[in-house]
Design a protein around this ligand. Sequence first.
Ligand SMILES: NC(=O)c1ccc[n+]([C@@H]2O[C@H](COP(=O)([O-])OP(=O)(O)OC[C@H]3O[C@@H](n4cnc5c(N)ncnc54)[C@H](OP(=O)(O)O)[C@@H]3O)[C@@H](O)[C@H]2O)c1
Length: 255
Amino acid sequence: MPTALVTGASAGLGACFARALAAEGSDVVLVARDTARLLTTKVALEERFGIQAEVLSADLGTDAGGAAVAARLASADAPIDTLINNAGIGLYQQFLEAPLADEERMLDLNVRAVLRLSHAAAEAMLARGGGLIVNVSSVAGFLPRGAVATYSASKAWVTMFSEALAVQYAGTDLHVTSICPGFTHTEFHQRADADMSGVPKWMWLEADEVVRDGLADARKGKAISVPNAKYKVLVGASRAIPRPLLRKVMGRGGL
Ligand SMILES: NC(=O)c1ccc[n+]([C@@H]2O[C@H](COP(=O)([O-])OP(=O)(O)OC[C@H]3O[C@@H](n4cnc5c(N)ncnc54)[C@H](OP(=O)(O)O)[C@@H]3O)[C@@H](O)[C@H]2O)c1
């Protein structure tokens, strides 16, 4: 039975990834901090899809949490075929308004944990012949978003890191994909206490479609997946126009 490990599986996109993989018949390892929510998800997935779900409570912003999940990825007795590095947080404050500790906490989760878990997974997967690593990034990683500078930079790192790994392991059975969603209905903005009232309705995606499109792209071996046609056009345009013009369009303190 294939087994996938999903971080941030207690809510939002992570819960959708876990459900989609379980629906395909994969066992799942559910990682997040909220043990009660993970246990509820475990029971629901096992009952509905007849798979085995394992709960691994860990704070991936800490060394101990990262080490526990890395150790699970390294296990030879219960191997993981697919890693979904999905857990992430945002910080919707101008650079000097946010406490530096909060910026660092975001980098620990959005960057350091992704690095550490990718390292553990790649090593174990290559030793067994292959596997799939999916890193959830963001459209924000393509854009200099003034209001969320560190978040955008953290996601630029995730996208470039994943693309570079895809280049490095091309021709092997280790596949790496970065999924870059646009605004998606989850708990993400609420947790960041962000006022999203200015974002037009048409820009919002549903978590299920992001996961469906992203997993389909990953299975096709795409290094970068931008779910939804509207966002494909937006990202394509942002890459095609001159950078000084893009900076003007984004505007100071823009979304
Ligand atoms: N929603 C969007 O508009 C959007 C757009 C582009 C990209 N993304 C990216 O999508 C990913 C998933 O976000 P989402 O929208 O699904 O957000 P969400 O609904 O807030 O879910 C975030 C998940 O991450 C977990 N998490 C948070 N801090 C953690 C920590 N320190 N250690 C372990 N797990 C932690 C949360 O669980 P616990 O609280 O139980 O730990 C939760 O399961 C993120 O990487 C985000 O940057 C989101």
